[in-house]
Design a protein around this ligand. Structure first.
Ligand code: NAP
Length: 296
């Protein structure tokens, strides 16, 4: 089986454009599923306006496609929509489904149990169920760690603007991370290698960093005050927040994602990566420092 025609849902968000660009560069024919035609897009992209509430609308849009990459937000976009997209892709005889993972290792038992990843785990279970019954249908989950450039820009991995930076579990925890462009290349790599990536999780890491190293590389270590946090406490606070009548996702989602990134045994540092198969390079220290300095 070879993949030529690729549908991308959510190609206009934080991550989606990097996937769209890499897939176009790799020569795939791209159809973007979107709620509207108002986005400014490369003229090579076909746009299909879809109603994510309608199985028929999604199935019609996916008919004739070889693969679907789902880059919709998770949490923001309800679980029902993610599950409906799986049903639609299967009904439309799409061969490969790449779910909206692109983050922490949800194949890790501890990470999978964190409520913030419930939607991703539910989708993975459904994909495994269908792939187990229909050998013409397959999935590949792409695990990337926190986005490196986006995470620095949005002060998620660390706040290099100061005056304070939140440091988790001492700041020396190694974390696997990849830039948006690197994730785009990895997705194109999966689409080029459907056989080798069928029905499994693939792992990519362009860099392995610690918060203390990031501070050092930023050149601002002596200007930024460290605020120490334990990821275990963040997890407990998140469970407290989840007991509220209307839980605030800014507390519970953020805390639980940080727990998955920094907590020991949550799989934040990958033991094995698929970089070579998927055409993803490991960045040199000077390339990493250049990226850090852009956001410091
Ligand atoms: N590892 C990390 O550091 C990290 C960081 C951020 C995200 N992620 C992951 O990356 C994946 C994609 O996340 P993202 O942040 O790129 O997604 P996003 O920007 O929140 O959303 C992507 C697209 O979803 C579409 N959409 C459809 N229904 C929507 C709705 N009801 N509300 C809002 N948007 C809707 C929009 O496209 P249209 O307007 O074209 O319909 C939007 O541009 C997720 O799996 C997320 O968990 C990981």
């Amino acid at each position: 089986m070879a993949i030529h025609k690729v549908a991308i849902a959510g190609g206009t968000g934080n991550l989606g454009p990097a996937i769209v660009n890499a897939a176009l560069d790799a020569g795939f024919e791209i159809t973007l599923l979107s709620r509207s035609t108002s986005h400014q897009l490369d003229p090579r992209i076909n746009v299909q306006v879809v109603d994510y509430e309608s199985l028929d609308s999604l199935t019609a849009a996916l008919t004739g496609q070889d693969a679907l990459v789902n880059a919709l937000g998770v949490g923001v976009v309800p679980r029902d929509i993610h599950l409906r997209l799986v049903d639609a892709a299967h009904a439309a005889k799409v061969q490969r489904y790449i779910p909206s993972e692109f983050g922490s290792d949800t194949a890790n038992q501890l990470t999978a149990q964190l409520p913030v990843f419930g939607d991703k785990v539910a989708v993975a279970q459904k994909l495994q169920e269908i792939a187990g019954q229909d050998e013409d249908f397959g999935y590949t989950a792409v695990i990337t760690g926190p986005f490196f450039d986006w995470g620095l820009k949005n002060k998620f991995i660390i706040n290099l603007d100061g005056p304070t930076a939140q440091i988790y579990d001492g700041g020396d925890v190694p974390v696997s991370t990849t830039t948006l462009a690197g994730i785009g290349r990895a997705v194109a790599g999966v689409l080029r290698h459907p056989r080798e990536t069928k029905n499994r999780y693939v792992y990519i890491a362009e860099a392995e960093v610690t918060q203390n190293k990031l501070l050092e590389w930023s050149g601002k270590a002596d200007q930024i005050e460290k605020e120490a946090f334990k990821s275990e406490d963040l997890e407990q606070q998140a469970y407290g927040a989840l007991k509220q009548p209307i839980p605030d996702p800014r507390t519970f989602a953020r805390n639980l994602i940080l727990r998955a990134i920094y907590g020991s045994k949550f799989g934040g540092k990958f033991t094995q990566v698929d970089n070579e198969l998927l055409g993803v390079r490991t960045l040199s220290e000077s390339e990493i420092v250049d990226i850090v300095k852009q956001y410091a």
